[in-house]
Design a binder for this molecule. Sequence first.
Ligand code: GTP
Ligand code: MG
Length: 196
Amino acid sequence: MTIKEARFVKSSVGLKGCPQDDLPEYAFIGRSNVGKSSLINMLTNRNKLAKTSTTPGKTQLINHFLINKEWYLVDLPGYGYAKMPVKEREKMMNMIREYILKRQSLACLFLLIDTRLEMQKADRQFLHFLGSNQIPFTLVFTKTDKITPSQVKQNIDQYKKTLLETWESLPPVFLTSALHKKGRKELLEFIRKTLR
Ligand code: GTP
Ligand code: MG
C-alpha cells in the first residue's frame, strides 16, 4: 500500500475527544521509548509527523493521523515509565485502557516490544490486561538495528517461548527498524489486507 497523504488531525486527552467519523484505526502501544512515534514516522515516510524523543514520556495524549483520507494511525502514550509521578501514570494508564476497551473503530492494536530486552514487568502486566479482556493484538519488535541479526533471532525466539508459557497461540509478529525502514512494506501490506 502507498501512503499518499498523512495528516495530523488532533491530540485527545481521552476517548471522548477522539475523532467521530468512524474510520478504521491502527494504534501503537508499548513501553515509553520503545519507538511508537518513530514507527509512525517510518510508516508514513515523514520525519516529524509524530513527535519523538530520546527521553521516555514524550507522547502524553492520543494522537490521530489521517492516512489517505481513509484510515488513522494512532500514536498512544507509552506505559511503564518509572520516573513519572504515580498519579500521572495512573491517569495515563486509565486513558490507554479506556481507549483500547471502548474504541469501536479500533481495527488493530500493535504492541511494540524492544528487541533488545527480555520481557519486562510492565509488558507482562499489559499483556495480562489484553488477555483478560480478550483484546487481539499484533506484536512489533522494534530497534532491530541495535543488535546483531543472530541476537535478534535469539531474543525473539526467547520472547515467543515466554509468551507461550501463558498464551495458547502467538499473535502475528513483525520485525522493524525505524532507522533502516525495516518492516515497513510488511506492516503496510498487513494493514492493507485488514482494511478490506
Ligand atoms: P513515548 O512517546 O515516550 O512513549 O516513546 P515512543 O515509544 O514514542 O518512542 P520514540 O518513537 O519517541 O523513540 C524513542 C527513541 O528511540 C528515539 O530516540 C528514537 O530515535 C529511538 N528509536 C526508535 N525506533 C528506533 C529504531 O528502530 N532504531 C533505532 N536505532 N532507534 C530508534
Ligand atoms: Mg511517542
